[in-house]
Each structure stands twice: as C-alpha cells, then as structure tokens.
Write a protein that binds this ligand. Structure first.
Ligand code: URA
Ligand code: CA
Length: 431
C-alpha cells in the first residue's frame, strides 16, 4: 500500500477502505508517513468528506493508536460526557456527583483549560489537597466503591489524534466535520466509555458559531458512536454568553456547590438536568428522559447530590470542609465591580471576549505551559435579557493584578446594553 495512492483516491472523491485508513493512522503515528502526505490527505478529506463507514473506521483507528483505559472492572454502564468547550462551563463538576448520586458509575478523565475555555482538572485543583493523579487501580476502586472519580489525562491516549490535530491546526483543516467528529469520539472511546453524552456548544464562545453547524457535528458524532457500539446522545446548547454566573476555577467550584444544592443559576441548573437525564437514560437507570429528570431533581432536593460531592472530594484527598465554608477556597486580593453603563436591557455578553478577559486575569492558559491563578475570574450579576439601570453592578472581577486596563477593555467590548433583547435559547436541540 502506498500513501500517495490513498491521497489520490480521496482527492478523487472515493471512499477509503478500512485497511487504507488504518495504514494511514498507524503509519502516521509511528512517524513512517511524513507530515506533508498527512497534510495532503487532511485537505482532501476537508474537500471530499467521508461517509459514515469511513468516519467510524477513522475513529476506531485513532482510538486504538495508543493506550486505552479498561474500565471493565467497574460494574454497570459507564457513561461519559463531553463538552465541545465553553466559557464558565461548570457542568462536569455538577454532573459527576449528580448522576453518581443515582448510582450511575462516573469514571471521568478530564482535561485542563486552554485559551478562553476552562478545564475541569484545574477547577478541582482549587480544592486544597485534591489529587487528580490516581493510579488506574485506585481510580477503578473509587468508582466501584463510591460511584465517582475524576483523573487528569494520563498515559499516551490517542497519539494519532494528537499528531493529526496539531497538523490540522497549521494546515487550515481543523473545521472539517469528519475530522472533528472522529477526533472527539476517538478520545472518548479510548477513555473507556460504554455510552456517551455530548454537549455541542454553539455561539460566539464556541467552536461552532451556528446551530446548523453544531447540528451537523452532533449528528456526525452520534452516528459514529452508535456505529461503533457506544450509545450516544447529544444536546446542542447556547454558548453566546457564559454559562451560569461564575467564570474562573475556584469561583466555579463555589457555583457547582450551589447548583448541587438546587440553588444554582437557572441556565446551568437546566443544562445539568438536560445532560444528566440523557446520562441516566443511557446508563439504564430510567426508562425515559422525564423519569430521569425527576430522579435528578429529587437527588438535588434531598441532599444526596451535595453529599456525593462531599464524599468524592474527601476520597480524592480534598478539603471537604469548604463545601460548607466556600470562603476557604482561594480568594483573589481585589474585587472590582464593573457598573452598568446606561439604562436598558443586556443584549450581549460575548462569551469569547469575557473568556479572554478571564484568561488575562490569570485564570486561563495563553499557552499549554502557562501557570494559572485558581482564585481569579469574574461573576456576572446580570445575563442577556435582564433589565438593568445605569450604575447597577454588572459584574465583579476577582483579580490579583494591579493593571486591569486590558481586562476592562475586553469587558467593555463584550457587553452591549440596548432597548430590547430576549434571553437566548439555552437548549437548541436534542440529538
Ligand atoms: N476538539 C477536538 O478534540 N478535536 C477537534 O478536531 C476539534 C475540537
Ligand atoms: Ca459558570
């Protein structure tokens, strides 16, 4: 088999066989196929697309290109949840304990934040003592005993995807549905999921700006999952404004605690119930979404959800006392209130710009090797659609730096106050 023939075949719009796809993925991850041939194939796929069978074969080939997590020693159906990335997206911190409270096993491998999007591992590390580096035996044992454990990425998962994603980034081939869908799904499969719930974000703060694009991606991933024997569901949700009110690591832990008690912001609460219901149905714990939702609401109301979070924090070495004393979380030195500039209705809170402002406060990474400040971030006092008056507090910056000029400039551009505005639709579709 020759790589040049595979490139030519895809360039001409033909389907690649499974053997050809495996030849490419294995050869590329072993450095036997050069970047220029991989780049040519990525561009051919960008223009010629892949059919469902090719997408599934590409996903499995990448999933099997490195280490895979074996979760077979955990009883029950392991449901993983993936978000395509957002600003102030506190859902994983809430969903883990919430669905685990119903007995659903949650064995989650999570990432760190990059750019304007945050990561669950960073958020958990704002809890003093919390250990995200469990051995795989301890990880499995925690889930079997307590239904929930979260670890950082370890081992060499999907090396083919890592290499191909970096190449796509510099060859203008990132935004291709078959390549994005197989990239995301390969990582979920390598991480051991039996079933997958996807939160595909759309809007200014997201990868997919329109509902149509988000739907295409969601449908592509659901079809891949179902073809490779992992039941998959998806939600298309709004990321035009940040989710909830808090953005920043420790601030989002506090927001998750409120939400687990049933006292969280309306949008975060609703999205957690929607995604959680899909997880519970896929895990076989409820017959339909309505029943699942009622079970989740009951677990919030009677305290099982927050108690599961408390046990989870303690099991992984964290200081669980801060659940009742959130003032013990890392606190920034300065709290600076930004006021509403004029009377009207909040028409825009651009998620990408606010996410970048929070990154400039030190809460997010500009590059993979940046160190971050777990205490900093912002808390919104108003959301899109809220009526406000000049001089009201619009948001509070939590900062450890003196110079806030750049942050305030970004916030100024992110916020629009006008005469009329409706709150955005939170859940566009279930796929
Ligand atoms: N996120 C991924 O993990 N892969 C892509 O290709 C795009 C976004
Ligand atoms: Ca939030």
């Amino acid at each position: 088999m020759r790589m040049v023939d595979i490139i030519e075949k895809k360039r001409n719009g033909e389907s690649l066989s499974r053997e050809e796809i495996e030849f490419f993925v294995n050869g590329y991850s072993r450095d036997e196929i050069p970047d220029y041939q991989a780049a040519a194939l990525a561009m051919a796929i960008y223009f010629r697309d892949m059919d469902d069978r090719e997408r599934a074969d590409l996903t499995l080939a990448m999933a099997n290109s490195g280490d895979t997590l074996d979760l077979s020693e955990i009883e029950g159906i392991k449901v993983d949840k993936h978000s395509t990335g957002g600003v102030g997206d506190t859902t994983t911190l809430v969903l883990g304990p919430l669905v685990a409270a119903l007995g659903v096993p949650v064995a989650k491998m999570s990432g760190r934040g990059l750019g304007h999007t945050g990561g669950t591992i960073d958020k958990l590390e704002s809890i003093a003592g919390f250990n995200v580096e469990l051995s795989s035996a301890d990880f499995i044992d925690q889930v079997n005993r307590h239904r929930l454990a979260v670890i950082g990425q370890s081992g060499d998962l999907t090396p083919a995807d890592k290499k191909l994603y970096a190449l796509r980034d510099v060859t203008a081939t990132v935004d291709s549905i078959p390549l994005i869908a197989s990239s995301i799904m390969s990582k979920k499969i390598a991480a051991g999921a039996d079933a997958i719930v996807l939160d595909v974000k759309c809007g200014e703060g997201a990868f997919m700006k329109s509902v149509d694009d988000a739907r295409h991606l969601a449908e592509a991933m659901v079809r891949i999952g179902n073809q490779v024997g992992r039941r998959t569901m998806a939600v298309i949700s709004d990321m035009s404004q940040p989710l909830g009110r808090a953005i920043g690591n420790a601030l989002e832990v506090e927001e998750a605690i409120q939400t687990l008690r049933g006292e969280g912001p309306a949008d975060l609460h609703e999205l957690c119930l929607t995604l959680g219901a899909q997880m519970v149905v896929l895990a076989g714990r409820a017959a339909d979404l309505d029943e699942a939702r009622a079970l989740l609401e009951a677990a919030m109301a009677d305290g099982r959800a927050i108690e599961t979070f408390r046990r989870f924090v303690a099991n992984q070495g964290g200081d669980a006392s801060l659940i009742d004393h959130p003032e013990r979380l890392p606190r920034a030195r300065r709290q600076v209130t930004v006021e509403v500039p004029r009377d009207g209705v909040v028409a825009r809170l651009d998620a990408a710009l606010l996410g970048t402002a929070v990154m400039k406060l030190g809460a997010g990474r500009e590059t993979k090797t940046s160190t971050i400040d777990l205490a900093t971030g912002m808390v919104l006092n108003a959301k899109v659609g809220d009526r406000v008056r000049a001089g009201d507090p619009l948001l509070v910056l939590h900062a450890n730096q003196d110079d806030l000029d750049e942050v305030l400039e970004l916030v100024g551009r992110a916020v629009v106050i006008s005469e009329h505005a409706e709150p955005p639709v939170l859940i566009h579709e279930l796929v």
